[in-house]
Design a protein around this ligand. Structure first.
Ligand SMILES: *[C@@H]1O[C@H](CO)[C@@H](O)[C@H](O)[C@H]1NC(C)=O
Ligand SMILES: *[C@@H]1O[C@H](CO)[C@@H](O)[C@H](O)[C@H]1NC(C)=O
Ligand SMILES: *[C@@H]1O[C@H](CO)[C@@H](O)[C@H](O)[C@H]1NC(C)=O
Length: 518
């Protein structure tokens, strides 16, 4: 049974969705813009390959950085994913790398250990903090704020030799699933510009999907890495909570509990780069096992959707088929064991609300304290926003209203759902163990039209569940749907078994081709 108060919200959303059918029909008929095809073969190498080619002097860092800058320039006119670039500085840094390699007497292997990403371009979600670059994170009240230093994860990547070329777009303070805010143009999906690139790491998703980035840094508190990865057909990994430091991320919270849910993680076009990036960004105090995994010892669990209840979002048949195909392929090609077990996925919405939104001092758009005298009344701001005269985006305010919905759940019920989540977590821990993965939809459909996520927020529970439980989860692209839009699935493992997600991602990439050009 769905919680009654929550049911009312879902009902209101369904009514809104019906009222908006003509609008969405109309925008779906609008002509789309097509991004040009990739014409430079350099753009088809993984970051792992690129760094190898730089180390063995087959390619220069300058050639590669220039290839990416040219690609960004061509696609961003259409996609609007870049908040600010640092093309000139990046080129100068690339020349420095090439100069260093001319006189350096380290062997290729020593270079690989010391600078695994030497000379390779990366893109950075604006909220992750790149020194000297825009750090407004889509908030009108933060316009002009510049990052004073690199976030720790970004710093680690730069110390490994990576060269950041830009910071990319997000919704206001990352608090929504579409990258649309009041200070930057709306980011589009490269596979269909009338659809959203999702969010909050939507700028990263759009650039990666279009081949204008090879590896990117994203962050995820409720699907913000995995949804853009899904909608733009690339890989995105939400790591185990707290294995990658999130220091420098904006927004953050004085409440340390947020770190159980908010993570920074890699977004890539090729599966092999997931482990490479994660290893670099990981807290050096941790000793995780990065050895190759023998997939024949793998146990594969799967489920097509959340437990059926009134208004539970139904997984599209193409995505169901992607799960079936993946299960079958792991069985056939990796000798994995297929397991059948019914995890209790009822009331996942309520579990998520009770746990995440119950936290005190969780970020919201109205907390923006740069101008404390500004109005802070949520519903008044929503009204103003609908009249285009609020300083806050409708997306951010809407998200805040959702955060409020947990008032519909009584304290007693809240404790009940927290306990239910704990039981589910223990069941997952026991079944997945060291060698198990769980295949599950990332989202029930492929990329939706701009603004459609306003009426589909309950679908994000597919991803949010694993923030709440703290499990690692990789989005893996698995081909296209009947509209030729990218689809894919989540591969979830037990905490600290991130490497298992990566092994399965690589296997599935081998079978189904992974990312493909729009
Ligand atoms: C659909 O895409 C075209 C071209 O990208 C754009 O001009 C138009 O505004 C889009 N329609 C909507 C409703 O976003
Ligand atoms: C799977 O098992 C078969 C038969 O036991 C064996 O021939 C094959 O090499 C195995 N494949 C893998 C990838 O382990
Ligand atoms: C953090 O949130 C929890 C509820 O999840 C609350 O008990 C705790 O007091 C909060 N801590 C701070 C510093 O706000």
């Amino acid at each position: 049974m769905v919680e009654f108060g929550y049911l009312l919200i879902l009902l209101a959303q369904k009514i809104l969705a019906v009222l908006l059918i003509p609008y969405f029909w109309w925008i779906s008929k609008k002509p789309k813009k097509i991004i040009p095809k990739i014409d430079n073969p350099i753009l088809f190498y993984s970051a792992t390959k690129l760094s190898e080619k730089i180390r063995n002097r087959e390619l220069t860092s300058e050639q590669i950085i220039k290839a990416y800058i040219d690609r960004v320039k061509v696609v961003d006119i259409i996609l609007k994913a870049v908040v600010q670039n640092r093309f000139d500085i990046a080129l100068a840094e690339a020349k420095n790398v090439d100069g260093y390699l001319k006189s350096c007497d380290l062997t290729e292997n020593e270079l690989k250990v010391k600078y695994p990403l030497l000379g390779v371009p990366i893109t950075v979600k604006e909220s992750c903090s790149l020194q000297g670059m825009s750090y407004s994170v889509g908030s009108k009240l933060r316009r002009g704020v510049v990052a004073k230093s690199d976030g720790i994860a970004v710093k680690k990547l730069r110390e490994a030799g990576a060269i950041p070329i830009l910071v990319s777009n997000t919704p206001e303070l990352c608090l929504f699933w579409e990258s649309n805010n009041l200070i930057h143009e709306r980011t589009c999906n490269p596979y269909d510009t009338n659809r959203t690139s999702a969010g909050s790491s939507g700028g990263e998703g759009s650039l990666l999907g279009s081949g204008a980035s090879i590896i990117g840094v994203g962050s995820d508190v409720a699907g913000s890495i995995r949804l853009p990865a899904m909608f733009n057909g690339v890989f995105g990994h939400k790591p185990t909570s707290r294995i990658i430091p999130i220091d420098g991320h904006y927004p953050s919270s004085i409440n340390d509990t947020l770190k159980d849910f908010l993570v920074i993680g890699p977004m890539t076009r090729y599966a092999e780069d997931l482990a490479l990036m994660t290893k670099i960004m990981c807290d050096e105090k941790l000793t995780l096992n990065w050895n190759e995994i023998d997939t024949s010892k793998l146990n594969v669990y799967y489920e097509y959707q959340l437990e059926k209840a009134l208004f539970t979002p139904k997984t599209h048949k193409d995505i169901e088929r992607a799960i079936q195909k993946s299960v079958q392929s792991l069985k056939t090609y990796s000798n994995a064991t297929i397991k059948h077990h019914k995890f209790d996925l009822s009331n996942t919405n309520e579990m998520c609300l009770s746990i995440i939104f119950d936290m005190e001092n969780i970020p919201n758009v109205l907390m923006e304290s740069m101008k404390p005298k500004k109005s802070r009344h949520l519903y008044l701001e929503i009204l103003k926003s609908l009249l285009f005269c609020s300083d806050y985006s409708l997306q951010g305010l809407f998200f805040y209203a959702l955060q409020h919905t947990n008032v519909f759940i009584s304290k007693r019920k809240c404790d009940f759902y927290k306990n239910k989540a704990l039981m589910l977590k223990n069941d997952f821990l026991e079944k997945l163990g060291n060698n198990g993965v769980f295949l599950f939809p990332t989202y029930p459909t492929s990329a939706v039209l701009h603004n459609k996520l306003f009426v589909e927020t309950s679908n994000v529970v597919y991803m949010l569940l694993f923030n709440v439980l703290g499990f690692p989860s990789t989005h893996v692209p698995i081909g296209r749907d009947s509209n030729n839009l990218p689809i894919g699935i989540q591969v979830v493992a037990a905490p600290y078994r991130d490497n298992l997600c990566f092994s399965v991602a690589k296997e599935l990439e081998k079978q189904f081709g992974g990312w493909s050009e729009p």
